[in-house]
Ligand binder design. Structure first.
Ligand code: FE
Ligand code: FE
Ligand code: ZN
Length: 292
């Protein structure tokens, strides 16, 4: 699999096949979308014909796996049982609906422990995943690496590994289809040296979690320096990862798209762009991938 798949976050307002066509129009061969309104409203019923039309488009044009994104409002480790219950129910619905598009990925933010402590948060998240994931499920669920702002859980590879280990103890079949989505802005903000030492970061991920769990990347620049714990995305080349004036450079993104360990994975842009800006970033990353 000597290639990476590259795409960006797209609006799902016009349905599945329309997202595939939009992706094609900007040179993407994967994409991300919210499973429902990002503020967490009711989900539309799945149009099976629309889902199979997208699957056909993806097969025809050699798309990589899609990366559906859970709304930010889910917090599986809230201090309030009502909020946890909402997140569990909505996530279960999302996963059931994604069975209409089998073989793709579903990524979510582990949650914020809101003062209960990381240990309690990790246990609540693992308990929720153990309940929500179901036998025969064909969607791989990805825990996103977080920047560590506020009380976010998932600011270190160790925290994600502990969630996966706790699920493995309670629901081994669920743990088999758990993975990780590495967000380049978030890991830099969390303190990892993705700017200067991508290989070292991937070695660390392999040691702590296992590189085979890494199934997708969010490729973003960061408005803040390494370790800032802020989580503010920048356009590629306009932040600390990609702007030489801030200590980064194009080579940071070149290493990502050329890394042998990342070939075959979907790379999703979540940069502050409209479609033309995404098209430019996708073309830029493809050029960097080829120049190697
Ligand atoms: Fe995210
Ligand atoms: Fe992200
Ligand atoms: Zn972010």
């Amino acid at each position: 699999m000597g290639r990476v798949y590259i795409g960006c976050h797209l609006s799902s307002a016009k349905g599945y096949r329309a997202m595939g066509e939009t992706a094609r129009s900007i040179g993407a061969d994967t994409f991300a979308f919210f499973t429902r309104n990002p503020r967490g409203g009711a989900a539309k019923a799945v149009d099976a014909a629309d889902a199979s039309a997208l699957a056909a488009l993806m097969a025809e044009h050699g798309f990589g796996p899609l990366v559906a994104h859970a709304p930010y409002t889910y917090n599986l480790c809230s201090a309030k049982e009502g909020a946890r219950e909402f997140a569990r129910t909505a996530m279960r619905e999302d996963l059931e609906r994604l069975e209409a598009l089998p073989g793709n990925l579903y990524n979510f933010h582990p949650g914020s422990h809101v003062g209960q402590g990381a240990d309690a948060g990790i246990q609540l998240i693992a308990d929720a995943l153990s309940e929500v994931m179901f036998p025969g499920q064909r969607t791989v669920v990805l825990l996103e690496t977080m920047a560590g702002k506020g009380t976010e859980v998932g600011r270190s590879f160790e925290e994600l590994a502990r969630i996966i280990d706790a699920v493995a103890r309670r629901n081994p079949a669920a743990a088999d289809i758990l993975g990780v989505c590495l967000d380049t802005c978030h890991v830099s903000d969390a303190g990892y040296d993705v700017i200067g030492d991508l290989d070292g970061v991937l070695d660390e991920l392999d040691r702590v979690i296992g590189i085979e769990r890494l199934r997708a990347l969010h490729v973003n620049d960061s408005k803040n320096a390494r370790g800032a714990r802020k989580d503010r995305h920048a356009k590629l080349g306009e932040g600390y990862l990609g702007d030489p004036a801030l200590g980064g450079g194009p080579e940071v993104f070149a290493r990502i798209v050329r890394s042998p360990r990342l070939q075959g994975l979907p790379l999703i842009l979540e940069t502050p762009n409209e479609l033309p800006g995404y098209a430019r970033e996708i073309a830029w990353l493809r050029d960097l991938a080829q120049e190697g």
